[in-house]
Design a protein around this ligand. Sequence first.
Ligand SMILES: *[C@@H]1O[C@H](CO)[C@@H](O)[C@H](O)[C@H]1NC(C)=O
Ligand SMILES: *[C@@H]1O[C@H](CO)[C@@H](O)[C@H](O)[C@H]1NC(C)=O
Ligand SMILES: *[C@@H]1O[C@H](CO)[C@@H](O)[C@H](O)[C@H]1NC(C)=O
Ligand SMILES: *[C@@H]1O[C@H](CO)[C@@H](O)[C@H](O)[C@H]1NC(C)=O
Ligand SMILES: *[C@@H]1O[C@H](CO)[C@@H](O)[C@H](O)[C@H]1NC(C)=O
Ligand SMILES: *[C@@H]1O[C@H](CO)[C@@H](O)[C@H](O)[C@H]1NC(C)=O
Ligand SMILES: *[C@@H]1O[C@H](CO)[C@@H](O)[C@H](O)[C@H]1NC(C)=O
Ligand SMILES: *[C@@H]1O[C@H](CO)[C@@H](O)[C@H](O)[C@H]1NC(C)=O
Ligand SMILES: *[C@@H]1O[C@H](CO)[C@@H](O)[C@H](O)[C@H]1NC(C)=O
Ligand SMILES: *[C@@H]1O[C@H](CO)[C@@H](O)[C@H](O)[C@H]1NC(C)=O
Ligand SMILES: *[C@@H]1O[C@H](CO)[C@@H](O)[C@H](O)[C@H]1NC(C)=O
Length: 833
Amino acid sequence: MKIPYMQMFCLIFIFFPTVISAADVSPGSTLYASNPQNSWDSTNGTFSLSFIQESENVYFAAIIYNGIPVWKAGGDPGGAVNSSAALRFLPDGNLQLVYTSTGFQVWQSNTAGRGVSMGALDDSGNFILRNRSGPVWTTFDNPTDTILPGQNFTVNQVLRSGLYSFRLSMSGNMTLRWNDTIEYYSSSGLNGSSVNSSLTSPSLGLQQPVGIFSLFDPTLSSPLIMARSNDYGEVTDDSIRFVKLDNDGNLRTYSSARNSGSGNRIVRWTAVSDQCLVFGYCGNMGICSYDDDFSPVCGCPSENFDLIDPKDPRKGCERTVNISNCSAREMLSLNRSTLLTYPPETSSQFYTASITACRSLCLSNNLCMGSTSLADGTGVCYLKLSQFISGYQSPTLTSTSYVKVCEPAMPNPPHSSREVHKNYDALKISVIVLGCCLILVILACLVWVFFYSRKPKFEGLPTWDSLSEYASALPVHFSYKELQQATKGFKDKLGEGGFGAVYQGVLTNKTLAAVKQLEGIEQGEKQFRMEVVTISSTHHLNLVRLLGFCSEGRHRLLVYEFMKNGSLDKFLFTSDEQPSKEVLNWGYRYNIALGTAKGITYLHEECRDCIVHSDIKPENILLDDNYNARISDFGLARLINTNGPRHRSIMSVRGTRGYLPPEWLANLPITSKADVYSYGMVLLEIISGRRNFDVSSETNHRRLSLWAYEEYEKGNIEAILDKRLLRHEVDTEQVIRAIRVSFWCIQEQPSHRPTMGKVVQMLEGISEIPTPPPFAATNPTAQFQVLPMVSSFQTVLNSSVTSSQTAENSSLTSEQKSERETSILLQEEASTT
Ligand SMILES: *[C@@H]1O[C@H](CO)[C@@H](O)[C@H](O)[C@H]1NC(C)=O
Ligand SMILES: *[C@@H]1O[C@H](CO)[C@@H](O)[C@H](O)[C@H]1NC(C)=O
Ligand SMILES: *[C@@H]1O[C@H](CO)[C@@H](O)[C@H](O)[C@H]1NC(C)=O
Ligand SMILES: *[C@@H]1O[C@H](CO)[C@@H](O)[C@H](O)[C@H]1NC(C)=O
Ligand SMILES: *[C@@H]1O[C@H](CO)[C@@H](O)[C@H](O)[C@H]1NC(C)=O
Ligand SMILES: *[C@@H]1O[C@H](CO)[C@@H](O)[C@H](O)[C@H]1NC(C)=O
Ligand SMILES: *[C@@H]1O[C@H](CO)[C@@H](O)[C@H](O)[C@H]1NC(C)=O
Ligand SMILES: *[C@@H]1O[C@H](CO)[C@@H](O)[C@H](O)[C@H]1NC(C)=O
Ligand SMILES: *[C@@H]1O[C@H](CO)[C@@H](O)[C@H](O)[C@H]1NC(C)=O
Ligand SMILES: *[C@@H]1O[C@H](CO)[C@@H](O)[C@H](O)[C@H]1NC(C)=O
Ligand SMILES: *[C@@H]1O[C@H](CO)[C@@H](O)[C@H](O)[C@H]1NC(C)=O
């Protein structure tokens, strides 16, 4: 070991007689990664320049103190090389990191041709390349990730570690950034009042021996303290402190004693005390949290993601299904979490919005990958429109975040980050699991025995088990008692529809259901069952599904699937006692309008026994978990015995004020075009968020449709649109299309109205929409042209409006007539209650 060193020394001595110090390195010298023992040491041996192995076949040429690299040639990870690399001090004065096999240059000091005649590592850890007149290049001027005592860190220098960087600004601020943009840490050096000057050449340095990280500037009478090490002032021999930007993006001050063992160091100051607040710490889509030992751990938002590298969770997560080609997306909710946002992230949009709106705003925005709703009193919701998401989950956070995923969202099992470390725990768990299994098996046996023994009591009716087959066309026949139990004695009333009250129930298989108690049905049981079969065989994505029924004595009940989000009217209209739920954004509204149109089209045109709904209104449009429209109450009109004594109430049941077509009052046959009219009114309500029959100053004291048409003719689309939508992004083209469609649907002449199939095409933009004609023209009832009807569409109505009233109507203008309609209907309703 000593012999070659002596030989080299002699060679140097012979060829470069000026070199005398052992610390000096002369041009022509080389260090090899394959021989890390080779090193260029400082005079008293505190520091050395040599290769250091970080992991298998990953080496760095570094200045090392006590086994800790404090400067790396080429930086980290730029200067990472394999064992075939070498650090050459070339005769032209250039210091170069190359692969000896290929000659590929990884890094260079760029000092060729500047007369460099000597290199030396001094006792402060600074490697200096000198020419005859002085230093040409030093590692202190070209720092990588560490600031040593005596090192001057100036404005134009930068510490880097991976994607992270640390800089000092001219104003004296220290900043930490991710990918040179996202600034997640900023410390103000100049604290306003205390210093009245702009700095001229600020620099940062560790003051030895006290261990204070300070800001120096010629204009400052004394250095400004940026951070004290927690051991400041404690004089420790043989120990140095240094400031290092670690690869986790945090800036720390360390102290390390030379005799404490290789690599040993103690953290004395941490710039970002909450590591999870360091942007991108867990990579893209990574969620940072703390484990039981208070160490930060990285995981994925849900099981819709996989770790990119299970060996290194900090690399982030990738989706199991590419978001750009999944059929349906939804928002995964992460309780007590935040998606980090720091300046200058202009791609994150800030809103004041409710938590539900925060979720749906992101869902409807194609660019949005996630959103966070703060619960700090500001009501702020921000959308992450950038592709890179860095998350933080902690019991100390109050905000809720949403991450866009492909359906279905698969939340992480609780405590997935906590792994069972000890075999003892694993044993305990397996014993518990086995015990549970045994208990379950016994329970299952008991349940089976119970049902088996009770079966005869059901008198051959299908048992509740057959509910699992509800997807088949056959509806389940429930007994009245069963439904009484399911609804806890008809306790939770969901609403009161035209045909009777609706109650919430829970079926034996834990399915939620809506149970409708029909009133005024005087049909025989056989006929009732036939209609039920027809209704339940009507399956469509936009229709509420009938699960079963009950027909016992005078009881007639229908069991529907339960729609969590209730009916559309709750979202559209506000009243003082019942403020509307969250605001549905335009994307949802358009989807609901389209879904409703598709559902009605199916009823009219596509299903086997065609059905005129005849009571389309927002109350009958329910919304499922994903806010898809689901039409309810279809087919019920046929259950009513229209010749019965209660026909007055039928009038109010079968149609609802405001949604009734003019032909209704004219005592003319009702066709599927009646539904088109009602749909047109609903569509206008979806767009405007107003009841079509509410006359107010906002609509110039006229009915919504007439007023809207005028505004439309003036080109004043914004006036028609729900004001609550104006705050958000709205597809104006879609809005105009929808408005035009609604005007076509509410034409007075049924034959002028499009079919529902056509409506769908027009809404989707497949069909052109001609300019809708006005519908306020005088239009005597006598002139109604009713198209030849398909008999199954025909539902003849016994209107209570007399023909004399109709004749009277014919002399009025359309607007007067409309108002008259309303008053007649109001009388109707009053007389029935
Ligand atoms: C080291 O990397 C260089 C360049 O990538 C390659 O040519 C060489 O074969 C590698 N050597 C070893 C030992 O892996
Ligand atoms: C030594 O380096 C300095 C600074 O780079 C340069 O200005 C000077 O010309 C160099 N001297 C010689 C002899 O090359
Ligand atoms: C080496 O020199 C530095 C700087 O002069 C000094 O702080 C340190 O104590 C010395 N180390 C030894 C082992 O002499
Ligand atoms: C740091 O740099 C400033 C100006 O750039 C200089 O005045 C000061 O002496 C330097 N400090 C050290 C320790 O080199
Ligand atoms: C870092 O920023 C550059 C452009 O500034 C961008 O192209 C790159 O994708 C960013 N890196 C990551 C990981 O987002
Ligand atoms: C310096 O940091 C403070 C607070 O950390 C910040 O308010 C200020 O805007 C920053 N100044 C500059 C010039 O970046
Ligand atoms: C800034 O100065 C004010 C008063 O001079 C002091 O109260 C405050 O703590 C200072 N802030 C910092 C970060 O130094
Ligand atoms: C700060 O300095 C400017 C010019 O350097 C001077 O005009 C101003 O009066 C000073 N303010 C205070 C508070 O000293
Ligand atoms: C997802 O698909 C898009 C386009 O189909 C593609 O550009 C992107 O790279 C894909 N992303 C992943 C993670 O596969
Ligand atoms: C996504 O779409 C691309 C192109 O349309 C296709 O090649 C790829 O297989 C799809 N990926 C998945 C997971 O379906
Ligand atoms: C999230 O919070 C909601 C409301 O507090 C709660 O109902 C839900 O169970 C929570 N989800 C998880 C995964 O903890």
